[in-house]
Design a binder for this molecule. Sequence first.
Ligand code: UT7
Length: 332
Amino acid sequence: MAKITAAITAVHGYVPEYVLNNSELAQMVDTTDEWITSRTGIRERRILKGEGKGTSVMGIAAVQGLLKKTNTNPDSIELLICATTTPDMQFPATANIICDMAGLKHAWGYDLQAACSGFLYALTTASRMIESGSIRRAIVVGADKMSSIIDYTDRSTCVIFGDGGGAVLLEPNTHGLGILDCIMYSDGAGRIHLHQKAGGSAMPASKETVEKKLHYVYQEGQAVYKFAVSRMADVGYEIMTKNGLGPEDIAWLVPHQANKRIIDATAHKMGLPDNKVMINIQKYGNTTNGTIPLCLWEWEKQLHKGDNLILAAFGGGFTWGAVYIKWAYDTK
Ligand code: UT7
C-alpha cells in the first residue's frame, strides 16, 4: 500500500482592519519609525478592535474562508487544532469555539501552546494523525490576538507584535506530496527570558498582578534574539541537509516573522537568496501563531505542485522547529 502523507490542500487567512503604524506608535511611546524599521523590519501591524472579540474571531473567519473557497462540507472535518498563545479563555479551548461557530459539528479539537512555534507543532501533530490513517480531514489554525497581552506603554514589546491568523486544510496524499519531514525542539530553561508572569495557576489574577502589569508579555529582547537567530537558522539548515536538499532545490523559505534580521540570518545559513524568502513582517509584525499561515495565504497563488518549502520558527518556551513540505497543488 502506498505511504500516506498529510498534504496542505488549501490555506486561508484573516487580518483585522485596523492598521497601527509606526508613526501612531511613536505618539504612544518614545520610539521612531526609523528605530522600529531598522531593528525589526516592521512598518505596521493589525489590531483587533471591539469589545468581547478574542482570537476565535480571526480563527473563525480563516476557517469559514477555507471551507468556502474549497467548497468543503464542514461535516467532513474530523479534527481542528488551534495553535494560540492568546486563547479566548483559559477554558474551553478556542478550538471548541471555532468548531462551534464555523459549523464543524463532527470535529474534535483542542488548543496547542508552543508560543511562536505553535503552528509548526500543530502541523506536525495533525500530520501524524493523518499519516496513521485515523483522521482523513483536519484543519490547523494558527491565530493570536497579541494586542490582548501587550503593554502599550512598553516600547520594547509594543512595537513588535500584531494580531492575525490563518488556517490550513490537511488531507491524505499517496503521491509523495505534502509534509515530508518535521524536526521540533524545546528547551524550558529559556522560559525565564520570555513569558507572561500572571494569569496561570502559579500566579492567578489578582488586584496586585494587574497593578504590577504582570499579565503582559515579558521579553528580554537581546537574550531571546541570540537564541532565535542561531536556533532557527540551525534547524532550517538541519532539515535541508537531512533531506538531501541544496539551496537550488528549495522554492521557498517560510519563516516565522519575529524580526527581519532573524529571517535574514536563517536564509543566509541556508544559502537562500532574498527572492526565495516569504517576508510580510513589514505589514503585520509578529502575529505569533499567525505568521506562517499568513505567509502561505499571501503566497498561495505563487506556489506550484512539487515545490519544496521549508517552514521554520522559534518562540517562547523556548520552542523551535522546521517542517519540510512538497507543495501539493497549483492554485487555479
Ligand atoms: O517571536 C518570538 C521570539 N521573539 C523574538 O525572536 C524577538 C527577539 N528579539 C528581538 O527581535 C530584538 O531584541 C528586539 C527587536 C526586541 C530589540 O532589538 P535590539 O536591537 O535587541 O534592541 P535592545 O533591546 O538591545 O535595545 C537597544 C536600545 C536600548 O537603549 P539603550 O539601553 O541602548 O539606551 C533600548 O532601550 O534600544 C532601546 N529601545 C528602543 N528605542 C526606540 C528598545 N525598544 C525601543 C523602541 N524604540 N521601540
